[in-house]
Design a protein around this ligand. Structure first.
Ligand code: DQA
Length: 159
């Protein structure tokens, strides 16, 4: 029987992402956070993934969510830590402790923005990073994960 845990994916979004649709629309687009969540749920379902979605404006809450991942049997994490990307050693430490493979997503391209956004405290410990592609970043991350799950079943190799 297929292992449900292998298909379990968590999306964790950091501060101010709940404001999407109203926030700096020229940078982040007009789609609201509720619309994005609904779209990702739909995509995950069609890819055969089980998706949980969390957003918090509080660093400690994000850390608590990351800490809970192993016990929840989450196989993959898609994380956009928002501005904490550039500052949080605590989120980095939580990811190192959880050991859940993670994909870092940014709606905007931080390298095309202010220099303080060029630094990420997690870039070297994530499996990969997708940035500048808007909501497609999350969708592509889900597609990659679904591909990995498939390949595992087929016992094929994929980086
Ligand atoms: C962001 C980029 C960060 O620099 C910014 O602080 C955010 C969103 C992005 O998705 O493009 O809040 O992570």
């Amino acid at each position: 029987m297929e292992n449900a845990a292998g298909r379990r994916v968590a999306v964790i979004d950091g501060p101010n992402l709940n404001l999407l649709g109203n926030r700096e629309v020229r940078v982040y687009g007009t789609q609201t956070y509720a619309q994005i969540k609904a779209e990702l749920q739909e995509r995950a379902k069609s890819l055969g993934l089980e998706l949980s979605h969390a957003q918090s404006n509080h660093e400690g809450e994000i850390i608590a969510r990351i800490q809970a991942l192993p016990a929840e049997g989450v196989a993959w994490l898609v994380i956009n830590p928002g501005a904490y990307t550039h500052t949080s050693i605590a989120i980095r430490d939580a990811l190192l402790a959880a050991q859940t493979p993670a994909i870092e997503v940014h709606l905007s391209n931080p390298y095309a923005r202010e220099p303080f956004r060029h630094v990420s405290t997690i870039s070297d410990i994530v499996k990969g990073r997708i940035m500048g592609l808007g909501v497609w970043g999350y969708i592509l991350a889900l597609e990659y994960i679904a591909g990995k799950v498939q390949n595992k079943k087929k016992k094929e190799d994929m980086p």
